[in-house]
Design a protein around this ligand. Sequence first.
Ligand code: SF4
Length: 336
Amino acid sequence: MRNFSYARPGTIDEAYHVAERTRFLAGGTNLIDLMKSDVERPAHVIDLKSLGMNRIEEQPGGGLRLGALATNADTAMHPLVTERHPLLASAILAGASAQIRNVATNGGNLNQRTRCHYFYDPDMPCNKRAPGVGCAARGGRNRIMAVLGTSDACIATFPSDMCIALAALHATVNLHGPEGARSVPVRDYHCLPGKTPWIENVLQSGEIVTSIDLPAISFEGHYTYLKIRDRLSFAFAIVSVAVGLEMESDGTIRCGHVALGGVGTKPWCVPEAEALMKHRPPSHSLFRDVAERIMEGAVMDRDNAAKLKLAPRVIERALWQAAEGTPQSQTCKIIR
Ligand code: SF4
């Protein structure tokens, strides 16, 4: 048992806390697990749940603002989200279990930490948990680890489903902290591990995620979230792909949006690959080129070579599903 102070501020101005070893608590589905595993050892826990920030609201121009403390379940089931951003609803419902989605929040989903087995085991070397001690996953049991964006220091996969859809949708993360408010495109929010794998996002000390903005963008049925996992009931992605295609009336692609999960150290987007689709009709050669471009630079370790073969097939499949307007059923995992 490790002691920590606990506070539940009533306003956001009271919530800023820049003391060492402070952790913000929202749904607690990740932080509490990490504290039980003795991976997180906060000296201060600031519970944000009294701050409101749980609404889902229309924005001028047709966009949506998702409160950081809205639960994943309330977000996925909200009529404005299901009507305007079914891609996001589908990705959220593909993640975790109903019980977890009822508690987990949008801000917590953004800031959740990797599910690398070694990270959760304080007896194993892990640069993310203890800088400089090494990485047990490199050369270890690493079937679930990343193949894109890795470094010598860390190959941990970013685990979220929701964030993959947010990246495809070009969402923006709104932050508030001691220095004031600022906004960050979600594609720039998470950091590559490089030599500092313990720095996972651009949050500064004391900053809090207040909301997430979704632009007014409609794929009119040309979207899909395709997630491949070990078991359908409840598992993290081996590979997942979020696709949204803006189509012309003649069937050509005006603009394609793709993000990849389960294979990268952060939500993986390659704008050059997306640009290949501009003003082109869907075709096998185009979608193969897009998949190859997205996977450029992928590096396997001991056990995860299968991801190098599986990911391009999942990308192509997702692109066809989106082009044909047949969003992926979360109960059908057939990859042809
Ligand atoms: Fe730690 Fe990253 Fe290595 Fe996993 S992959 S053991 S999180 S440093």
